[in-house]
Design a protein around this ligand. Structure first.
Ligand SMILES: Nc1ncnc2c1ncn2[C@@H]1O[C@H](COP(=O)(O)OP(=O)(O)O)[C@@H](O)[C@H]1O
Ligand SMILES: [Mg+2]
Length: 580
């Protein structure tokens, strides 16, 4: 391919609203073009990477026995009403009407359509197992589209759906997809980790996310270097403290803490470790008993001062599992007789439900708000100063150094970008949509399902977050828009340079190498800067001066500087490089 026959369009500066490196670099390198919030055109250079990603995914899905089809982007609401998701799915679901005022949706995912296909087509146990997948445009009206293609509104996903006769068989389909995902991300040359993930609101059975490791990732993931344990922070268990509560050694005192309304401030003021303080978080639940106006309950959740509340865990507790919100200031003042900042479990004005994190339940001589502005209690001890909490539960995020829940080693935390998600669904959709097959004895049985997503376009961003430097992107060879760029200096002026560059280009093409010859006639500095920005892994430079002495230059995108090699060895050298 010659640059003059392709489309290369680079910018010196990225738009100011691009928050992360991958977004900035992709805009500057002409990979994507913004049309609207979270909606992008994939420009020719970016599309080449997307096609490479798709090819790897398609090859490995096919190899794992999945079968490709293509389901519609626009789907009738009826199916989504059958599954209950037309009502339940939040504003992320784009609902549209056609000219006859009939409801449709733009698919954020395709469980309903594929289950509808399965209930018509997979009528007998003999048809099972089956796994259908497609690579298709998705639309999710994300509340905060950001980071370019990483959290878009319109994006491309590979989604696969397995159908099995029972849960054991479905588990095998799940394992096969898991193994295919490992191969896919290995082939892409990405550093990733498969982590245990939250099963979500539909109560799936098993779920893993594939996370590309990157400092800017939206997800916190935890792992134990001493074992295979790895989980999303949302889910990772904070095990109960190994040592029990110690006996009280201090008297309860109401201590002035003027203007110290955070645990940090209080610890600093009292010259105590932050680990001796307890943080109060006030939640509310509104439960409607049929017809009557909703009854509000106020909850006080206690976590240690240096810990943070895990809302996913809290949302699984009995009473909070139907949904909760943070209490309003008015509700807080009514129940605690005090403004936020000095709240605690001792002496509330109205009853509240106290839930203590396991760590807090094991504390003694601790510090908490005194429900009086400018005061905290110090030397607080359970039983002596306040009743045992109504509920003790794991409600905090783990921190580095916590014991691994599998009993092996201590946890470390890193950040990741979720590029894939495998999910054992069971019969959730088949039950809602009455998708059954006939078993050997002719009895109808529910199809057992799994669903498996890969964020095709998100991978673009994730790969760049993981692989870039000050000069631009650094594509892993398997994903690069071009494998080699040939940069002739004076292509338009020197017959010798033109002839040598054309010949090398043709030979590389004949050898099946994805090469681009930059015949645009740019000056060397600008030309090199473009290809470093675009992140092509290999570059060869030809010049009159070099050719006169039989030499060319090679530089890998990660190399500090160029190396000189004999012109006659160019092909052999590149073949060896690419084989390595
Ligand atoms: N807004 C988005 N933009 C780009 N890719 C997305 C977006 N939402 C999800 N994906 C990709 O699709 C995959 C499957 O999505 P899924 O797990 O259903 O979404 P979520 O984790 O947001 O519930 C994710 O692992 C991710 O790679
Ligand atoms: Mg997910």
């Amino acid at each position: 391919m010659k640059a003059s026959q392709f489309f290369v369009s680079t910018l010196k500066e990225a738009p100011a609203d691009a928050e992360v490196a991958s977004h900035r670099l992709m805009l500057r390198a002409g990979f994507i073009k913004r049309l609207s919030a979270g909606i992008y055109t994939y420009m020719p250079m970016g599309l080449r990477v997307i096609r490479r990603i798709e090819n790897i995914v398609r090859e490995e899905m096919n190899a794992a026995g999945a079968i490709e089809l293509l389901m519609p982007v626009v789907q009738p609401a009826e199916l989504w009403q059958e599954s209950g998701r037309f009502q339940k799915y939040g504003p992320e679901l784009m609902r549209v009407k056609d000219r006859h005022e009939r409801d449709f949706i733009i698919q954020p995912t395709s469980e309903e359509v594929v289950t509808d296909i399965a209930r018509q087509e997979l009528r007998s146990y003999r048809a099972l197992p089956k796994n259908f997948y497609h690579i298709q445009t998705k639309f999710r009206d994300e509340r905060r589209p950001r980071f370019g293609v990483m959290r878009g509104r319109e994006f491309t996903m590979k989604d696969a759906y397995s159908f099995d006769r029972d849960l054991d068989a479905a588990g095998l389909s799940y394992d096969r997809m898991f193994a295919a995902y490992v191969k896919i991300f290995e082939r892409m040359g990405l550093v990733f980790r498969a982590v245990v993930a939250d099963n979500g609101s539909i109560g799936g059975i098993r779920s893993h996310e594939f996370q590309v490791i990157a400092a800017t990732g939206e997800d916190a993931i935890v792992y134990s270097p001493d074992s295979g344990y790895a989980a999303n922070m949302e889910l990772a268990e904070a095990v109960a403290p190994a040592s029990p509560r110690t006996v009280a050694t201090r008297a309860l005192e109401k201590t002035p803490t003027p203007a110290a309304s955070t645990c940090d401030d209080v610890a600093a003021l009292l010259a105590l470790p932050l680990q001796r303080t307890v943080k109060s978080l006030v939640l509310a639940t509104d439960v409607a008993a049929d017809g009557a106006p909703p009854k509000t309950t106020i909850w006080l959740l206690l976590v240690r001062g240096d810990h943070s509340l895990n809302e996913i865990k809290a949302g699984k507790l009995a009473g909070l599992d139907a949904g909760f919100r943070f209490a309003t200031v008015a509700e807080i003042e009514a129940h605690f007789g005090c403004k936020p900042g000095y709240l605690g479990p001792i002496g509330t004005t109205l009853p509240v439900r106290v839930v203590a994190d396991r760590t807090v339940a094991a504390m003694s001589d601790f510090v908490c708000g005194a429900n009086a502005e400018g005061f905290h209690y110090t030397g607080v001890n359970w039983v002596r100063d306040l009743p045992e909490p109504m509920l003790v539960a794991d409600i905090r995020n783990v921190v580095e150094g916590d014991a691994s829940p599998d009993g092996h080693g201590t946890l470390l935390v890193q950040r990741g970008i979720e590029v894939g998600h495998v999910f054992l669904l069971g019969a959730h959709y088949s039950k809602a949509m009455d998708a059954t097959y006939l078993d050997e004895s002719g009895k109808p049985q529910l199809l057992q399902m799994g669903c498996y997503g890969i964020g095709i376009t998100r991978i673009l961003g994730a790969a760049v977050e993981q692989n870039h430097d000050a000069r631009g992107m650094i594509w892993p060879e398997a994903l690069a828009p071009f494998t080699i760029v040939v940069c002739p200096i004076g292509y338009d002026r020197s017959e010798a340079v033109k002839a040598a560059a054309d010949a090398l280009h043709d030979e590389l093409i004949a050898a099946g190498v994805d090469v681009l010859l930059d015949d645009r006639g740019e000056r060397p500095g600008a030309m090199f800067a473009d290809w470093e920005l675009i992140g092509v892994p290999h570059r060869i430079v030809l010049s009159d001066r070099g050719l006169k002495v039989g030499e060319i230059e090679y530089q890998g995108r990660r190399d500090e500087k160029a190396s000189v090699l004999p012109h006659v060895e160019a092909m052999a050298f590149m073949k060896a490089k690419l084989a390595a």
